[in-house]
Write a protein that binds this ligand. Structure first.
Ligand SMILES: *Cc1c(COP(=O)(O)O)cnc(C)c1O
Length: 342
């Protein structure tokens, strides 16, 4: 028995998903002729109340395309210091778009209108032009934290009143929606662009979708080309995504419940200093002084439990479709038995 909690990207397509992929009609998507890709794009655009969408290989690419379309070189992007676009995209904001970043100190990756009101540069030519605000819902480095809808509404009104593009890194947006139980159409309208990953909680092999209005997506198409993200018979991947949208959304709540069980199991253990609040499928634990994340992960790995070192003294566990009740039982048995000493 292996319990792989490193990421929700480790899932492998099961037989029904593979069958959906095999049955998907395909065409050359660079020519716009893949019917399954087109259906997926239309479905997600409609779901989030936008005009258009674009299928891309990864969530890094959909975020980077959005930044590229919303900014000009020298502009400034406002985001939380924990955000994926800043921490985990290879410095792409500067490298791909020549833009700089102003970091916000939010609460577990979430910030409010009050946090950014004073952070917008004046139009004066001394300053970098602030051109976009990016939020992450749920926030990975924030322990899977979820934004309250009223906070997002306020940020959206504020961004629009200041002429700023409002982007959502929604790699795990379906986890956020499962918690809020809010209407994706009302939620989607708040943003100028949305990046959605299909390879995380939905468990497909690859793919992300960028959503926005027609003009935005036309420009996004051009940037996708430049970044080398055009794929041909991508319908085999889009077919997995359509299948997942039909069948996998309810399982996200099971992922959240199992993450909560992991948190309650490890909370009292001697190697645990603090567990970050668990809201979705991510559990980040701070280890007691002297125990390193490498050491804990090696000890767990020897018992067939895989976790991810998240800095020198933190470890991340992520639940997903391939982590079921049997894996949870295995995790609990191992976590409560191991000895990790300073
Ligand atoms: C995974 C992830 C992405 C995109 O990652 P890819 O591996 O490039 O698909 C973007 N933002 C967040 C918050 C993520 O967790």
């Amino acid at each position: 028995m292996l319990a792989d909690l490193r990421s929700d990207t480790v899932t492998r397509p099961d037989l029904p998903m593979l069958n959906a992929m095999m049955a998907a009609p395909t065409g050359d998507d660079v020519f716009g002729e893949d019917p399954t890709v087109n259906a997926l794009q239309e479905r997600l655009a409609a779901l989030f109340n936008h005009e258009a969408a674009l299928f891309c290989p990864s969530g890094t690419m959909t975020n980077q395309i959005a930044i590229n379309v919303h900014t000009r070189p020298g502009d400034e992007v406002l985001c939380d210091r924990l955000s994926h676009i800043y921490n985990y995209e290879g410095g792409g904001i500067a490298r791909n778009s020549g833009a700089s970043v102003r970091l916000v100190n939010g609460d577990c990756g979430r910030f409010t209108t009050a946090d950014i009101e004073g952070e917008i540069n004046p139009p004066d030519s001394h300053y970098a032009r602030t051109s976009m605000v990016s939020v992450e819902d749920t926030c990975n480095k924030g322990g899977g934290s979820v934004y309250r809808p009223d906070v997002l509404r306020s940020l959206s009104v504020f961004a629009r009143s200041r002429g700023l593009a409002f982007h959502l890194d929604g790699a795990r947006v379906f986890n956020a929606l499962a918690v809020n139980q809010c209407d994706p159409s009302d939620y989607g309208k708040l943003f100028d662009s949305i990046s959605v990953c299909l390879s995380k909680g939905l468990g497909t092999p690859a793919g992300s979708v960028l959503i926005g209005n027609r003009d935005f997506i036309r420009e996004a198409h051009r940037t996708r080309k430049v970044l080398g993200g055009g794929m041909r018979q991508a319908g085999i991947l889009a077919g997995a995504a359509l299948y997942a949208l039909d069948h996998r959304l309810p399982s996200l709540l099971d992922d959240h419940r199992r993450a909560m069980e992991i948190a309650t199991t490890i909370q009292p253990l001697p190697w645990v200093s603090r567990v970050m609040p668990v809201e979705t499928n991510i559990v980040i634990v701070e280890l007691v002084g002297g125990i390193t994340s490498e050491q804990l992960c090696a000890t767990l790995k020897a018992e067939s439990v895989l976790a991810l070192p998240f800095g020198p003294d933190k470890v991340r566990f992520v639940t997903h479709y391939d982590f079921g009740e049997l894996q949870l039982a295995h995790f609990k048995a191992v976590a409560t038995q191991i000895t990790v000493t300073v």
